[in-house]
Ligand binder design. Structure first.
Ligand code: SF4
Length: 259
């Protein structure tokens, strides 16, 4: 049975967002991604991806993590960035566009420290921004912000199969890119390509081109990381990635068969 990610998002927000702008996080850490970045791992998502490496936190949002105010999150991110010499800070783990007022307050905190040169990368599945164009307009005032929209599958059918959500929300992810670009926000597409054939990727690129002719050249491909818990969930779901990442070597492995 598929779910509506907007309704699911509201239920998750009841567990991870507070009226005083605090949001739940379960970890703050340095990361090797983007050549080194400082990361806050949030709790809670409006999707339920079978390959989610943060599944444990996102499937039990009431039980996992602690509440932090936007300023606490910003301070921790900048402290890690300063200690490691990183210029990039980001929120990962869960979906950062849930608890919207918390996110805006965090961006304001970081924006007031732009002299330090950090860039904030907002990694999102795009559902909220795709459904509500005003969200994209709200982000336009943050000039050191890059929004990376990670699209979960080449087609609505694959999206639904890997996320559990209603297939029509696949289009919301593309609409998020459109809304962001129209609002003047720097945006980049990413695609979870593990379950796509070459033809699927070609058709997906054509869809991206319809949104904006420059988007195909900006596309990053993401592949499922085969952590043991992810392998087990894939097995139970009967899903076989064509290409995936082996977490022991961080190399790509192929030949699992079609999805
Ligand atoms: S959108 Fe990201 S955080 Fe949410 S379930 Fe999927 S992989 Fe996990």
């Amino acid at each position: 049975m598929v779910f509506d990610p907007i309704e699911r998002g509201r239920r998750v927000e009841a567990a991870v967002c507070r009226d005083d702008l605090a949001r739940k996080y379960y970890r703050f850490r340095p990361s090797r991604f983007y050549g080194g970045s400082s990361v806050a791992d949030a709790v809670g998502c409006n999707l339920s991806c079978v390959f989610c490496w943060s599944w444990r936190a996102n499937s039990r949002p009431s039980e996992v993590g602690r509440f932090y105010y936007p300023q606490d999150v910003g301070e921790r991110l900048l402290r890690i960035a300063e200690a490691r010499g990183y210029r990039i800070v980001r929120v990962s783990g869960g979906e950062p566009t849930l608890c919207w007022d918390h996110l805006i307050s965090l961006l304001e905190y970081l924006h007031n420290r732009v002299g330090r040169g950090e860039v904030f990368i907002l990694e999102t599945n795009g559902i909220v921004i795709g459904e509500e164009p005003s969200r994209a307009r709200e982000l336009a005032r943050f000039d050191r912000l890059l929004v990376r929209v990670s699209i979960k599958g080449c087609s609505p059918q694959t999206f639904s199969r890997v996320t559990g959500a209603d297939a029509r929300y696949w289009f919301s992810q593309l609409r998020a890119l459109d809304n962001l670009i129209r609002s003047g926000v720097a945006a980049r597409p990413a695609l979870v390509a593990s379950f796509c054939s070459d033809d699927d990727v070609t058709q997906f690129l054509a869809k991206l081109r319809e949104v904006d002719p420059e988007l195909p050249s900006l596309l990053e491909l993401e592949y499922t990381i085969l952590y043991p818990s992810v392998r087990e969930r894939l097995r139970r779901a009967g899903l076989r990635p064509r290409v995936a990442v082996d977490p022991r070597t961080w190399s790509l492995v192929r030949g699992f068969g079609s999805s």
